[in-house]
Write a protein that binds this ligand. Structure first.
Ligand code: HXC
Length: 260
């Protein structure tokens, strides 16, 4: 299907990388309700596609996304938010089982920064700007900005960003560990697709287990996380891909994973 506010396509070798582009240029990809619905269904479609190994989420060179739609929020009251389930559905992104790579060029502000942080890996363009400017418009982050950002870069830096509203640039984001690498703006999406292709060399089942296990570390105690990891590790031994991977190593050949 085609969507109003996002483009969904397949790129990379054999179409193994899903590419979702936020496409609401007039509002710098402000994340209105309709856009978030489109994003959810585009991601679910690619998650269900057996040929797709990883998904890249990007915006334009000017803006990944300039935040939740301020015009949509302007006249809301508490009851509209609470009873209306405002932001319900935003976390659909965190339930995608395949790796999602955010390729962030330009502004990733407010909800835009939060959406990037819901992804599994963030790559940044040299001109990227990450920020939680909600404080400047009389509110606070509502989709993980005070939580995921703090886990990613630590309390002092996250606090400063959330209570000054000042953004950071790509260099800073890289030094602070918010992003894993920085690229020339016009190369960014290609680099993200190449990363997706490298993930695609591996077993999709095992990749989703690795993703689930890393993500578990954000949600639980060390002891429980280690137990979760051990159980999934044991679980890999119930797959054909574990046998194939280890046999291929011993036979000094490339593995032929069948995602089973
Ligand atoms: C609605 C937005 C928007 C937003 C930009 N636009 N950001 N519309 N919601 N978040 C619109 C502008 O109104 C304008 O439309 C058009 O996009 C271009 O924006 P300009 O401001 O003219 O561009 P520029 O001067 O280049 O400035 C870029 C900018 C600025 C620095 C990114 O747009 C900006 O500060 N935007 C708001 C950033 C922000 O506060 N984000 C957090 C939102 S709160 P018109 O029609 O006027 O030309 C949030 C809450 C999250 O995200 C909590 C839960 C998810």
């Amino acid at each position: 299907p085609s969507y109003k506010y996002v483009l969904a396509e397949k790129r990379g070798e054999g179409g193994c990388v899903g590419l979702v582009t936020l496409n609401r240029p007039k509002a710098l990809n402000a994340l209105c309700g309709e856009l978030m619905e489109d994003l959810k269904y585009a991601l679910l479609e690619l998650d269900a596609d057996p040929n797709v190994a990883a998904i890249v989420l990007t915006g334009s060179e000017k803006a990944f996304a300039a935040g939740a739609d301020i015009k949509e929020m302007q006249h809301k009251g508490f009851v509209d938010c609470y009873a209306g389930g405002f932001l319900q559905g935003w976390d659909a992104l965190t339930r995608i089982r395949k790796p999602v790579i955010a390729a962030v060029n330009g502004y990733a502000l407010g909800g835009g920064c939060e959406v990037a942080m819901m992804c599994d890996i963030i790559l940044a363009g040299e001109k990227a700007k990450f920020g939680q400017p909600e404080i400047s418009i009389g509110t606070i982050p509502g989709a993980g900005g005070t939580q995921r950002l703090t886990k990613a870069i630590g309390k002092s830096r996250a606090m400063q960003m959330c209570i000054t509203g000042d953004p950071i640039n790509a260099q800073q984001a890289s030094e602070w560990g918010l992003v894993s690498s920085v690229h020339a703006p016009d190369q960014l999406v290609n680099e993200a697709i190449k990363l997706g292709e490298r993930i695609g060399n591996h077993s999709k089942v095992i990749v989703s287990m690795a993703k689930a296990s890393v993500n578990k570390s954000y949600e639980t105690s060390l002891a429980e996380g280690l137990q979760f990891e051990k159980n999934l590790f044991y679980g890999t031994f119930a797959t054909k891909d574990q046998t194939e991977g280890m046999t291929a190593f011993v036979e000094k050949r490339k593995p032929n994973f069948t995602d089973s």
